[in-house]
Write a protein that binds this ligand. Structure first.
Ligand SMILES: *[C@@H]1O[C@H](CO)[C@@H](O)[C@H](O)[C@H]1NC(C)=O
Ligand SMILES: *[C@@H]1O[C@H](CO)[C@@H](O)[C@H](O)[C@H]1NC(C)=O
Length: 523
């Protein structure tokens, strides 16, 4: 249906709901968060308006693919403030905020953020339900993090900043478009699926970036999945669990040069060593990792084996080596074994060998450095992200990134080659998006640099990153006459995509001040 018609039809319903609902958290910027609930840690934090919205967003479940509640939250926001809004077929939302009086003819500015978050949790919180539970916030020596889960600062902070700019009575601005995209974390689906002209602004401020430097370009990516059908047979005997945990993980783009361990690689190394040392064992199951854009922190295998002592010796040797190899980059790796009962079918020998060799052969990490940028930056990388054996199918999920689409395709083909050599039945490539090529003569980035200098009395660098950002895709979806230009700016989030995700509370105020000043300069 035409989104305008949908809007007209739904409007009375939405208004009725809003009038009845007294449970809308963030509508009034002057209200302090006073509820005795999961937002308690935010009570005294500044800027209040931004933390108010962050509270509402944090309480609203929004794992990728399950965005109906956060969509409702945004629709309520728009309705409450009498802003026009529309939704496209895949769920992207555009809220139109009229210009302040006198600035109706200014160039229009799009403030863009994504509404989904990566749902990662640590072992102690494995029962946490991202579909229904609010994120539990913890204020820890000036940092805000969650209780054993991802925080959703990526990109809840961007959303909060956009909602704040739209409703802060102290800001004068031109016409604003608040663009909220779906499922960025699973392959930039919202941005990629935008129809041309759904959003039409001269300037795009993507709020998923870092505070300083300002980002003006990024790597492109692909997701590559291989599946192998396997057979099982019934066997008996003692069963041993092998568990790899305690890894730092992190973002498969921006953290990929940090030499952190990959739990799946460590597990594969142990299983290969069992083969090399002629241990007589049968593989029962494999599991590890999570989202395609998170470096895996956990991996687990069950094996059926009699010589448990021999396996434990091999495990402790590899654990000792890992301790030395990752002493600086990943110091808390824990590798353990567990004796368990009652697991019967095992994977037949030939299929088990294919799996173990595949995981050892698959590349992981930064494969090409970006020497042009003069420091330790990735140009091309691949992440061995997750593995799973279930119902006779072994699934391996990987993701590739590169500044150059040609190099991204080459590393993808390397991964595919490994799958093909091991006779995987199916290899699927999706989540394909191009790199965002930097525009070094952009008027928007020059204005941003000036505003930064005026506000903070220091220069800000412009740079490109190895993560995926939607900005470059979005500008291609804006009608040509706008000659749209984008930059990416935001609050730096540490360990994004991992349960240790956190940000420094004190970083939010300068970020908000910068955005306010930029909005003012562009009006
Ligand atoms: C919050 O509620 C809990 C019980 O639900 C109570 O024990 C605690 O004292 C309350 N805290 C405040 C600050 O009101
Ligand atoms: C974190 O979660 C655990 C397990 O649910 C709970 O016992 C603990 O009280 C929580 N900590 C905080 C600070 O909320």
């Amino acid at each position: 249906m035409n989104p305008t018609i949908t809007l007209i039809l739904l409007l009375p319903l939405v208004i009725a709901y809003t009038v009845l609902s007294d449970d809308f958290y963030a509508e009034n910027p002057n209200l302090i968060i006073l509820k005795n609930d999961t937002c308690m840690p935010l009570i005294d934090l500044e800027p209040k308006i931004v933390f108010n919205y962050f509270c509402g967003i944090t309480k609203t479940p929004r794992p990728s693919g399950k965005l109906h509640l956060i969509t409702k939250y945004l629709e309520e926001f728009a309705t409450k403030h009498y802003f026009e809004f529309k939704k496209d077929e895949i769920g992207n939302i555009l809220v139109k905020v009229p210009a302040s009086r006198g600035f109706e003819n200014s160039k229009s500015l799009c403030l863009q953020s994504h509404i989904d978050m990566v749902a990662e949790k640590d072992e102690a919180h494995k029962d946490f339900d991202f579909d229904s539970q609010p994120i539990q916030l913890i204020l820890d020596e000036g940092w805000l993090r969650a209780n054993g889960t991802t925080l959703g600062g990526d990109n809840g902070l961007g959303m909060s900043l956009a909602l704040s700019v739209a409703t802060d009575p102290t800001i004068k601005h031109g016409p604003l478009e608040l663009l909220f995209t779906v499922d960025e974390e699973v392959g930039l689906i919202g941005a990629t699926g935008l129809q041309k002209g759904f959003v039409n602004s001269h300037h795009v401020l993507n709020l998923d970036g870092s505070f300083s430097p300002i980002i003006i370009g990024c790597a492109g990516g692909k997701t590559t999945t291989g599946t192998l059908n396997y057979k099982t047979e019934t066997s008996s005997g003692p069963t041993l669990g092998i568990t790899i945990e305690g890894l730092r993980g992190g973002h498969s783009g921006v953290d990929i040069t940090k030499q952190r361990a990959n739990s799946i690689k460590l597990l594969a190394r142990i299983l290969l060593e069992l083969i090399v040392q002629h241990v007589d064992f049968k593989l029962v199951s494999l599991e590890g990792g999570g989202a395609d854009n998170a470096i895996p922190r956990y991996a687990h295998a069950f094996i059926r084996v009699h010589d448990v002592k021999k396996v434990q010796d091999i495990v402790s040797t590899i654990a000792e080596n890992a301790k030395i190899e990752y002493a600086l980059s990943d110091p808390s790796i824990k590798i353990s074994t567990q004796n368990v009962e009652g697991i019967d079918d095992n994977i037949v020998h030939d299929d088990a060998i294919k799996m173990i060799l595949t995981l050892n052969a698959l590349p992981h990490g930064c494969t090409v450095l970006n020497l042009e940028q003069g420091h330790n930056k990735a140009r091309t990388s691949t992440n061995l992200a997750s593995i799973k054996t279930a119902d006779g199918v072994f699934t391996v999920l990987t993701s590739q990134r590169s500044d150059y689409d040609s190099e991204r395709d080459e590393i993808t083909n390397n991964v595919i080659s490994v799958f093909k050599l091991a006779k995987f039945e199916q290899v699927k490539v999706d989540g394909v998006y191009p790199g965002w090529i930097p525009n070094l003569n952009s008027a928007l980035s020059k204005t941003a640099q000036q505003v930064f200098k005026t506000l903070f009395n220091k220069d800000v660098e412009l740079t490109t990153i190895h993560g995926g950002l939607e900005a470059g895709i979005i500008t291609t979806k804006i009608d040509d006459e706008y000659n749209a230009d984008a930059i990416s700016f935001g609050v730096h989030v540490d360990d994004a995509h991992s349960p240790t995700e956190k940000f420094r509370v004190a970083d939010l105020e300068p970020a908000y001040n910068f955005i306010k000043a930029l909005v003012d300069a562009l009006k």
